[in-house]
Write a protein that binds this ligand. Structure first.
Ligand code: FES
Length: 148
C-alpha cells in the first residue's frame, strides 16, 4: 500500500483514482486498505467507505471465479430479461453485488451492454450470451460450474 499510495496526491479528489488502483491490484478494496487511504488523504475511514460504497464499481470482497452480469436495460427487460435475472438469482442463491459462498460466481447488473438487438444479454467473464431464455440459465451456469 505504501508504494501504491506514493503514486498519488494527498487531496480528496485523488480518492477515486486511488480506489481504482487498489482494486486493480487486489481485486477489491481490502478492509485494511481503508484506514491507510484515509490517513494518506487526511480524511476519516468513514469518508472513504462512503465513497467506495456509493459507486457500484468498487467491491469490498474479491469477485468469484465467474462474474455473471445480467442486463437490466429496457430493451432486454421487454424481451424477458427480468425473468432471466430472477432465475439467475434463484439458481445462484445470491443477489446483485453478491458472491456465492463457494466463490464460484459473482452477480452484477448493467443498464445496457450496447447490444440490445440480441437481448436478453448475459455476460460471463466478458463472454456474451445472447437471447438468453429462463430455460437457458441452468445449463449456462452448469457449463461454467463444470469448467476445471
Ligand atoms: S438493454 Fe440490454 S443490451 Fe441494451
Amino acid at each position: 500500500m505504501d508504494e501504491l499510495l506514493k503514486e498519488f496526491g494527498r487531496e480528496q479528489k485523488d480518492l477515486i483514482h486511488i480506489l481504482h488502483k487498489v482494486q486493480s491490484e487486489y481485486g477489491c478494496i481490502p478492509a485494511p486498505a481503508v484506514p491507510r487511504i484515509a490517513e494518506h488523504l487526511n480524511i476519516t475511514p468513514n469518508e472513504v467507505y462512503g465513497v467506495l460504497t456509493f459507486y457500484k464499481a468498487f467491491r469490498l470482497q474479491p469477485p468469484g471465479k465467474y462474474t455473471v452480469t445480467v442486463c437490466q436495460g429496457t430493451s432486454c427487460h421487454v424481451r424477458g430479461g427480468a425473468a432471466v435475472f430472477a432465475e439467475v438469482k434463484k439458481q445462484l442463491g445470491i443477489g446483485a453485488g453478491e458472491t456465492t459462498a463457494d466463490r464460484m460466481f459473482s452477480l452484477e447488473t448493467v443498464n445496457c451492454f450496447g447490444c440490445c438487438a440480441i437481448g436478453p444479454t448475459v455476460v460471463v467473464n466478458g463472454r456474451y450470451h445472447s437471447q438468453v431464455r429462463v430455460a437457458d440459465v441452468g445449463p449456462l451456469l452448469a457449463r461454467y460450474r463444470s469448467r476445471p
